[in-house]
Design a protein around this ligand. Structure first.
Ligand code: G3H
Length: 249
């Protein structure tokens, strides 16, 4: 099954109302390949979700950067999957390494969150990736397999899941994985999905790369057979995000 190229822009904890409007204007004015060729999703902070949704072109979609693990209630500061659905926000990023590291989100917690968000009808960008220490000790595949297994243990339908491989050492560092490094892990992840979930899921699930993707390195990464798109941080706040979207063709 052909996998449609996917480009996500994770704006992280950045932006003012004026800056957000400026980014959206740039996106709205851009000429990019059609929705049949590339799926584009941008992820502003919660407080700007509605604003972005109301201004953004209709062929691009919006994602939240997180949601609560279960139904909402007495969980101060959290935002539930139900609320995102109520606001017509179709996507959510779950398990970003910044949350895993800074907020101690475990593999199991991330797996539960992915399953709950899917059960409410959201589409999920599920993030995985190893630290530099883990890569240097040769445990990259064991780490990403364990992270993926914690999701696979809770999820039966993978149709609405995009898996984002984001090596922690490449995030925000300007030190991008080489195309060969990215392809190696993506290929292994696809094999893992084939062996542990099923051939259909392995063939159809988009595995996207994140970590210092920019306008200059995106083409070569996109040419790798198992790289199905990108999750972009810093460069998604800049006009070069358009060039990254164009890497789909
Ligand atoms: O979610 C996006 C990743 O954390 C990549 O961020 O492109 O700034 O390295 P970056």
């Amino acid at each position: 099954m052909a996998r449609k190229f996917f480009v996500g822009g994770n704006w992280k904890c950045n932006g003012t109302t004026e800056e957000v409007k400026k980014i959206v204007t740039t996106l709205n004015e851009a000429e990019v390949p059609s929705e049949d060729v590339v799926e584009v999703v941008v992820s502003p902070p919660f407080v700007f979700l509605n604003l972005v949704k109301s201004l953004l072109r209709s062929d691009f979609h919006v994602a939240a950067q997180n949601c609560w693990v279960r139904k909402g209630g007495a969980f101060t500061g959290e935002v539930s999957a139900e609320m995102l659905v109520n606001l017509n926000i179709p996507w959510v990023i779950i398990g970003h390494s910044e949350r895993r590291a800074l907020l101690n989100e475990s593999n199991e917690f991330v797996g539960d969150k992915v399953a709950y968000a899917l059960s409410q009808g959201l589409e999920v960008i599920a993030c995985i990736g190893e630290t530099l220490e883990q890569r240097e000790s040769g445990s990259t595949m064991a780490v990403v397999a364990a992270q993926t297994k914690a999701i696979a243990d809770k999820v039966t339908n993978w149709e609405n899941v995009v898996l984002a491989y984001e090596p922690v050492w490449a995030i925000g560092t300007g030190k991008v994985a080489t195309p060969a490094q990215a392809q190696e892990v993506h290929c292994e992840l696809r094999k893992w999905l084939r062996d542990n979930v099923g051939a259909g899921v392995a063939a159809s699930t988009r595995i996207i790369y994140g970590g210092s993707v920019n306008g200059a390195n995106c083409k070569e990464l996109a040419a790798q057979p198992d790289v199905d798109g990108f999750l972009v941080g810093g460069a998604s706040l800049k006009p070069e995000f358009i060039d990254i979207i164009k890497a789909a063709t």
